[in-house]
Design a protein around this ligand. Structure first.
Ligand code: FAD
Ligand code: FES
Ligand code: FES
Length: 477
């Protein structure tokens, strides 16, 4: 039994006894350590003012920019945490800071620590400084006064300054030093926090505590605490489960652990199809993609989650596990009704299988949102067709934002089955879409807009590779 967590903060080891399992890193830094350089803007992962850098020698990506406002303190056990206060050495600014100063990248300064930390993570990962890459790196940081052009100019120049000593990556926490382990909860608080390390431990734990909240990246769960003030009595953090963050590529397809983060899955999905990679580039921001998992996006059952439509169109299958029992199902069958998924108490998402793209098939996914990145979809359409000669032999069209769950457009698909892939038949399928869905009007889009946009996405898919789905919008500057 342990009651203490331990991690490295700005190069020094710290121990925290009896932390509230849902205390955010941001609140702990500001209120307990008086490290107020890390700011709170939105407390929901949107503005980037709270960005810190997490180092993890075991992760696929060593240095990650993260939103401290939605990161729970115990998830940092054994990791290296760097805040804005840790960058300057002996009065010398870090190259990223110098670049910001000398390129006039700050005015009121409120957003500046967050920008610095996003760039610092990129710097430590030796990231490229072309404008397109930097736009992605900084898409999760908002500035209300400077304007982005000087910040981008500073980012391009950050490698030009003399290097200074960097905070070292703490060695990987091993069994004897890891405060949270196996099936013992973090004790010393009324709430329970478990950090299982194997799928078997997780399965046993969740079977014993079906009331627990599973915590993956926390990009949904974090907001329940910061925005809805939810009290989570029992949390099972799956972030340390060995093998959960693995991707296995075979000739048949991709097997993806439920705990694989967007950032880690991006390349593999992009290889499957470029439009999928492009769509994932637009999920949240760098900070959100460094935390959020594919499993979490499926398990939360949101009708506007971005991964289910393309995965359903690609024919993905889900593996669920409860205790020792596993079952496999088509992903589309998982979503039953709004807020209701085919998941029993104590059952969790273990992995996902995505079949390899058949060269004879065509696929594309398109996300429609008001902003290019860091925005939830108004709708998302994903299309898969297989043809023999000129005739459609298989069609899966899946949409988000059109119904209470991610769902296939089965009438539209049927309108094309066995038919020639031509404009007349495609137009008939577009019209049939109105029988598949009666979308809602809400703040993201009206019902009319959604239906017409969904039809237009089908048309865009028909037009094919020449359709400008890869058109990129410059969003900073
Ligand atoms: C600023 C911001 C921007 C965002 N932008 C987008 C976007 O563009 N597109 C989009 O689709 N989403 C977006 N999201 C939502 C969120 O990032 C995703 O839904 C994410 O995939 C959730 O994964 P997570 O690992 O963070 O899940 P968590 O928050 O940890 O968990 C989410 C839910 O899934 C459950 N859960 C997690 N893993 C499992 C499992 N293996 N088995 C069973 N249950 C599990 C949890 O108990 C919880 O109910 C955004 C969120 C924020 C805060
Ligand atoms: S405070 Fe806005 S992203 Fe954390
Ligand atoms: S410098 Fe004022 S918000 Fe960016």
């Amino acid at each position: 039994m342990r009651d203490t967590i331990c991690f490295t903060l700005n190069g020094k080891t710290v121990e925290v006894q009896n932390p509230d399992p849902t205390l955010t890193l941001l609140n702990w830094l500001r209120q307990t350590r008086t490290l107020t350089g890390t700011k709170e803007g939105c407390a929901e992962g949107d503005c980037g003012a709270c960005t810190v850098v997490i180092g993890d020698p075991d992760a696929t990506q060593t240095w990650r920019a993260m939103n401290a406002c939605i990161a729970f303190l115990p998830t940092l056990d054994g990791k290296t945490v760097i805040t804005i206060e840790g960058l300057a050495k002996d009065g010398a600014l870090h190259p990223v800071q110098r670049a910001l100063v000398e390129h006039h990248g700050s005015q009121c300064g409120f957003c500046t620590p967050g920008f610095v930390m996003s760039l610092y993570a990129h710097y430590r990962n030796d990231g490229a400084v072309d404008e397109e890459t930097l736009n992605d790196v900084l898409a999760g940081n908002l500035c209300r006064c400077t304007g982005y052009a000087p910040i981008i100019r500073a980012a391009k120049a950050m490698y030009d300054y003399p290097k200074i000593d960097e905070i070292a990556l703490a060695p990987s926490a091993k069994e004897d030093t890891l405060a949270l382990s196996k099936t013992d909860p973090l004790t010393g608080t009324l709430k329970k926090y478990f950090a299982p390390q194997t799928p078997d431990e997780l399965a046993a734990l969740y079977a014993d505590h079906p009331e627990a909240t599973i915590l993956a990246g926390g990009t949904d769960v974090g907001l329940w605490v910061t925005k809805k003030h939810a009290v989570l009595e029992t949390v099972i953090d799956i972030g340390r489960v060995a093998g959960f963050a693995g991707i296995l590529k075979t000739e048949e397809g991709l097997s993806i652990g439920a705990g694989v983060r967007y950032a880690a899955a991006h390349a593999a999905f992009g290889d499957l199809h470029p439009s999928l990679g492009e769509m994932m580039r637009r999920i949240g921001s760098t900070q959100i993609r460094n935390a959020g998992t594919i499993g979490g996006n499926i398990a939360n059952g949101s009708p506007i989650g971005d991964m289910p439509p393309p995965l359903i169109a690609l024919g993905a299958e889900l593996v669920l596990r409860q205790g020792e029992t596993r079952r496999r199902m088509a992903l589309e069958d998982f979503f039953i009704a709004y807020g209701q998924q085919d998941r029993a108490p104590g059952e969790f998402v273990e992995s996902l299988f995505v079949p390899a793209m058949d060269p004879a098939a065509r696929f594309a996914v398109y996300k429609v949102s008001k902003r290019f990145d860091q925005d939830i979809s108004a709708l998302c359409g994903a299309f898969f067709v297989r043809m023999q000669d000129e005739n459609v032999t298989e069609a899966r069209f899946a949409f988000g934002g059109m119904a209470a769950t991610p769902a296939r457009a089965k009438t539209a698909e049927a309108a094309l089955m066995g038919k020639v892939w031509n404009e007349t038949n495609l137009r008939a399928a577009m019209a049939a879409l109105a029988q598949d869905f009666t979308p809602l009007s809400d703040m993201r889009a009206s019902a009319d807009y959604r239906l017409q946009a969904a039809q237009n996405l089908m048309w865009k898919f028909y037009l094919g590779e020449d359709a400008p789905y890869l058109a990129r919008k410059v969003h900073h500057g």
